[in-house]
Design a protein around this ligand. Structure first.
Ligand SMILES: Cc1cc2nc3c(=O)[nH]c(=O)nc-3n(C[C@H](O)[C@H](O)[C@H](O)COP(=O)(O)OP(=O)(O)OC[C@H]3O[C@@H](n4cnc5c(N)ncnc54)[C@H](O)[C@@H]3O)c2cc1C
Length: 408
C-alpha cells in the first residue's frame, strides 16, 4: 500500500489540514491521529457553552463522523505518537504499531502551563484545555455546596471567560493577575479597561499586580496568601496562566525547536525532510511580519493548517502571511480583535457605555488593528483597512458621521 500522509493531532489545525489535502485533490491515504478518545472537537466552546449547560453544544464537534468517512480520512483516536524516525520516515505509536509515512504533519498544539503550587490533579484545582477538563470544572462549579469562592489565577481569555460563567452560577470570584491589567498580552488598554469594568459590574474581584505567595490546604479547599499579604479562603481554583507547545516529539527526533515551538519556514516545513508543523505548536515564519511567531488563536490554527497542507502537496508556494485574529465572549460582550491591538495610539468609534463600539489601533498614522465589541459588521468592514495599513485621520474615525471605510 502507498505510504500515507500522517497528521499527528486532531485539533482544528490537524482537521483543517486533512480537509484541505482532500480539497487540494490529494488522492493518497490520509491518517489523522489523536491521543484524545473523543472525536476531534473545538476548544473555544470549552470556556463558554460547555460550562454553561450539561448537554454538549452542537458546535462542539469540528466535523461529523460522515465527514471523515466520506473523505477517506482514517481517524485513529486514543493513540499517542511516541517517537519519530525522521530519516526512516516512520512514527511509533503508543499501541505498539509503527506507521510509515510519505509526509508527516505535526499539529500537536499546546497544553496548559502548570502552576507548581497547584498542580493538575490536586483536589478542586482545575486547568482548562480539554473537553474532560471542561466537564470536570462545570461539575464542580454547579455542584459545590457550602463555601463557593472560586480563585482564578491569570486574567487572560480563559480566566475571564470562566469568571463570567462562574458568576452566573452565583460563585464568588476573585481573579489574580501579576500584570498591570487584564488581557495585557492580547488586548489594548481600552478593551482591558472596558472588560475590567464589565467584570466589576458583575461582582468579579480582579486584582492586578498581585501574585500568589503561599497555598495551604484548608478543609475542602485552600487558604491562599497573596503577594500583598492578604489571604483568601477558596473552595476551588482555576489556573489559567497560558499554554506551552507540545514540541517534545519533534525535539526528541532531532527536529529544530525553540521554547516557542517547532521551527518552520513560511511553507510550514521543519528542519527534517518531509516533516511539517502547523497550528499552535508551530513557531512559524510569517511573511507579513518578516519573522517567526507562535499564535494561540483558533483562526490561526485553522488557516495555518490549510496553508501548510497545501504546501505539503505542492499546491501553494508562497509563505504564510495571515494576520492575528481572535474573539472572546464574556457576559453579553462579543469581542473581536483583528491585527495588532498594541499600536502607538488608539481611537474609539462609538460609545463604550452603549456596549457596542470599535477601537481603531494606529501605528503612528496607519491602522494596524481593530477591536470591536458587539459590532461585528464594523469588524467585517474594517479588516481591509488593517490589511492595507490605511492612513485615516483620527477625527474621521471618532466622528459618528465620518466614514473611515472610504479609505479601504
Ligand atoms: C478553553 C479554550 C478556549 C479558547 N477560546 C478561544 C477563543 O474564544 N478564540 C480564539 O481565537 N481561540 C480560542 N482558544 C484557542 C484555540 O482553541 C487554539 O488556538 C486552537 O485550538 C489550537 O489548535 P491546534 O489544532 O493547533 O492545537 P490543539 O487544539 O491543542 O490540538 C492538538 C491536538 O493534538 C493532540 N496531541 C498532542 N500530542 C500528541 C501526540 N504525541 N500524539 C497524538 N496526539 C497528540 C492533543 O491532545 C490535541 O488533541 C481557546 C483555547 C482553549 C483551550
Amino acid at each position: 500500500m502507498d505510504r500515507p500522509i500522517v497528521i499527528i493531532g486532531g485539533g482544528v489545525a490537524g482537521v483543517s489540514a486533512a480537509e484541505s489535502l482532500r480539497d487540494g485533490k490529494y488522492a493518497g491515504r490520509i491518517m489523522l491521529l489523536s491521543n484524545e478518545a473523543a472525536r476531534p472537537y473545538d476548544r473555544p466552546p470549552l470556556s463558554k457553552e460547555v460550562l454553561r449547560a450539561d448537554e454538549l453544544p452542537a458546535n462542539i464537534w469540528l466535523r461529523d463522523e460522515d465527514f471523515y468517512r466520506g473523505r477517506g480520512i482514517e481517524l485513529m483516536l486514543g493513540v499517542q505518537a511516541v517517537s519519530i524516525d525522521a530519516e526512516g520516515h516512520s512514527v511509533a505509536l503508543s499501541d505498539g504499531r509503527c506507521l510509515d509515512y510519505e509526509k508527516l504533519l505535526l499539529a500537536t498544539g499546546s497544553r496548559a502551563r502548570v502552576f507548581d503550587a497547584l498542580p493538575p490533579g490536586a483536589p478542586h484545582v482545575h486547568y482548562l484545555r480539554t473537553l474532560e477538563d471542561a466537564r470536570a470544572l462545570r461539575q464542580e462549579m454547579t455542584e459545590f455546596d457550602g463555601r463557593r469562592h472560586l480563585l482564578v489565577i491569570g486574567a487572560g481569555i480563559i480566566g475571564l471567560e470562566v469568571s463570567a460563567v462562574a458568576r452566573t452560577f452565583g460563585l464568588e470570584v476573585t481573579v489574580i493577575e501579576p500584570g498591570t491589567r487584564p488581557l495585557g498580552r492580547s488586548a489594548s488598554p481600552i478593551l482591558s479597561a472596558f472588560l475590567a469594568k464589565a467584570h466589576a459590574g458583575k461582582g468579579v474581584d480582579i486584582r492586578c499586580g498581585i501574585g500568589l505567595s503561599t497555598v495551604e490546604p484548608l478543609g475542602e479547599g485552600y487558604r491562599v496568601t497573596l503577594s500583598d499579604g492578604s489571604t483568601l479562603d477558596v473552595a476551588l481554583v482555576l489556573v489559567g496562566i497560558g499554554a506551552v507547545p507540545n514540541l517534545e516529539l519533534a525535539r526528541d527526533a532531532g527536529i529544530e525547536t525553540q521554547p516557542e515551538g517547532i521551527v518552520v519556514d513560511g511553507l510550514g516545513h521543519t528542519s527534517a525532510p518531509d516533516v511539517y508543523a502547523a497550528g499552535e505548536v508551530a513557531f512559524h515564519f510569517n511573511q507579513r511580519f518578516g519573522g517567526h511567531r507562535r499564535e494561540e488563536t483558533w483562526q490561526h490554527a485553522a488557516d495555518h493548517g490549510v496553508h501548510v497542507a497545501q504546501c505539503m502537496i505542492g499546491a501553494c508556494e508562497h509563505a504564510y502571511t495571515a494576520t492575528m485574529s481572535y474573539w472572546t465572549d464574556q457576559y453579553d460582550c462579543s469581542v473581536q480583535v483583528f491585527g495588532n491591538p498594541h499600536g502607538t495610539s488608539e481611537v474609539i468609534r462609538g460609545d463604550c457605555a452603549s456596549g457596542s463600539f470599535s477601537i481603531f489601533h494606529l501605528d503612528q498614522s496607519s491602522i494596524c488593528g481593530v477591536t470591536t465589541v458587539n459590532a461585528s459588521r464594523e469588524m467585517r468592514k474594517s479588516r481591509p483597512l488593517v490589511l492595507r495599513g490605511a492612513v485615516i485621520p483620527g477625527e474621521v474615525i471618532a466622528d459618528p458621521a465620518g466614514d473611515p471605510w472610504q479609505y479601504s
